[in-house]
Design a protein. Structure first.
Length: 367
C-alpha cells in the first residue's frame, strides 16, 4: 500500500512539474511573439494615397475598380482631394503616404520642403490647362492705340472704352500650381503686361463661380472645371490659351524620408504600386470607352464631362529628362516672378527613380 501511495505522489509531482514547464514555455512564447505581432499590424496598415479628383487620376480609379491593388497583395486606401496642391499638403502633413500632383506643384513644394520625392509620371496632356473667359472679345495683349484715321472724338472715346473693357484685368488662378505657370507662359507668348493684370488666387472650385459671376475676366484652370463652366452658363466660352504651349504631367509623389536607406522594403512596395499603375494604364488603353464610364461614375460626373477632354490625355509611365527639364524651367520662372525664395532645390535629387526602375526591371516586356 505504501508503495502505491508513493507512486501516486510521484505521479502528481511529475504532473505539476509538467504543467509548470508548459506554463513557462507558453508565457515565453507570448512574450517573444508579442513584438512581432505589433510589428506585423504596423506593416499591415493601409498605404494612403491622396488622389486628385480629376480624370487625370484615371489609373488609380481603374486600379481600385479592378481590385488590382488587392491582387498585388497591397492594402491601399485612396484619399480624395481636390487638386495637386491639396494632395501634396496632405502628404507634407503626414495624412497620406503618397499623393498625386502636377510637376508645377512638385517644383513649388520642393522649395517648401527638401523631403519631396517624385516617383513617376503617369499621364501627360498638352491641352488640360485652359484660359477661359465669357468675353469673346477679351485679349491678353494690351489693345493698340486708336488709329489716327479716326476723325471723331466721340468715336475715339467710344473705341477707347471698348478697348479698355476688352483688356484682361483680373484673372483667377490657383496659386502655386500649373494654373499659375500656364497663365504666365501665355502672358509672355502673347506679349501681355503683367503689371496691368491682377491675379486673384482662389481654389479650383471657387474659380468657376468667380468666372460665372464676373468677379474675374478669365480663369486659368484644368479640367474638369472647364466643362463645369460650360454646363453652368449659356454664354459663349472662349479659350484664350494656346494648345501645346505647356505639357502638363501628373505624377505620383512621396517623401524621401519614407524610403529608409537601411531597408529596401518601402522601395519594393512602391515598385509594386507603380507596377499596378502600369497594369491599369494598359487596361485603360485597351478599354477606353469602359474606362471613361468607370471614371465618370467614380467622380460622380456626367459621362460627357469625361469625354470632353479624354482624348487630350496620354496615359503612360515615365520618369526622365523631360520631367527634370520641366522642373528646372518652372523653377527659373518662379524665381524671376518672386514666387519662391531661397536656394533652388537640386531637382535631380527630387526625382527618385529606384522604385520605377525596380518595377520596370521586373517585367519581361519593356514599358
Amino acid at each position: 500500500m505504501n508503495s502505491l501511495l508513493n507512486n501516486v505522489r510521484k505521479n502528481k509531482g511529475s504532473i505539476k512539474l509538467a504543467i509548470l514547464f508548459i506554463s513557462c514555455v507558453t508565457l515565453s512564447l507570448i512574450l517573444l511573439l508579442s513584438p512581432t505581432k505589433v510589428a506585423t499590424q504596423t506593416e499591415e496598415n493601409p498605404f494612403k494615397i491622396g488622389v486628385s479628383q480629376t480624370p487625370l487620376s484615371a489609373p488609380f480609379i481603374i486600379a481600385e475598380h479592378l481590385s488590382l491593388f488587392e491582387k498585388a497583395n497591397l492594402d491601399v486606401e485612396l484619399i480624395a482631394c481636390f487638386g495637386g496642391v491639396e494632395c501634396s499638403e496632405a502628404l507634407i502633413n503626414d495624412q497620406v503616404d503618397f499623393a498625386t500632383a502636377s510637376e508645377s506643384v512638385v517644383m513649388f513644394k520642393s522649395y517648401q520642403t527638401h523631403d519631396i520625392a517624385l516617383l513617376t509620371s503617369f499621364v501627360q496632356s498638352s491641352n488640360d490647362l485652359k484660359l477661359l473667359t465669357l468675353n469673346e472679345n477679351l485679349t491678353i495683349k494690351e489693345s493698340s492705340s486708336i488709329s489716327a484715321e479716326s476723325n471723331s472724338n466721340s468715336n475715339s472715346n467710344s473705341n477707347s472704352n471698348s478697348n479698355s473693357n476688352n483688356n484682361l484685368r483680373k484673372v483667377g488662378i490657383v496659386k502655386g500650381s500649373a494654373s499659375e505657370y500656364y497663365f504666365d507662359t501665355l502672358l509672355v507668348a502673347q506679349g501681355g503686361n503683367k503689371r496691368d493684370i491682377e491675379k486673384v488666387y482662389l481654389s479650383p472650385k471657387a474659380l468657376v463661380d468667380a468666372l460665372i459671376t464676373r468677379q474675374v475676366d478669365a480663369i486659368s484652370i484644368w479640367e474638369p472645371y472647364g466643362y463645369q463652366v460650360k454646363m453652368l452658363t449659356n454664354n459663349t466660352i472662349t479659350n484664350l490659351g494656346i494648345q501645346g504651349i505647356y505639357q502638363l504631367s501628373f505624377n505620383l509623389i512621396s517623401k524621401k524620408s519614407y524610403f529608409s536607406p537601411s531597408s529596401s522594403t518601402k522601395t519594393a512596395q512602391t515598385a509594386v504600386i507603380i507596377d499596378v499603375l502600369e497594369q491599369a494604364i494598359q487596361w485603360i488603353n485597351q478599354h477606353p470607352e469602359t474606362a471613361m464610364v468607370i471614371v465618370a461614375k467614380h467622380l460622380d460626373v456626367p459621362l460627357n464631362q469625361i469625354k470632353w477632354s479624354w482624348n487630350d490625355y496620354i496615359f503612360r509611365l515615365s520618369i526622365g529628362n523631360s520631367l527634370l527639364s520641366s522642373l528646372q524651367t518652372q523653377s527659373h520662372w518662379a524665381k524671376q516672378q518672386g514666387l519662391v525664395k531661397g536656394k533652388e532645390p537640386e531637382f535631380r535629387d527630387v526625382i527618385y527613380k529606384q522604385p520605377f526602375e525596380q518595377a520596370k526591371s521586373s517585367k519581361e516586356v519593356s514599358w
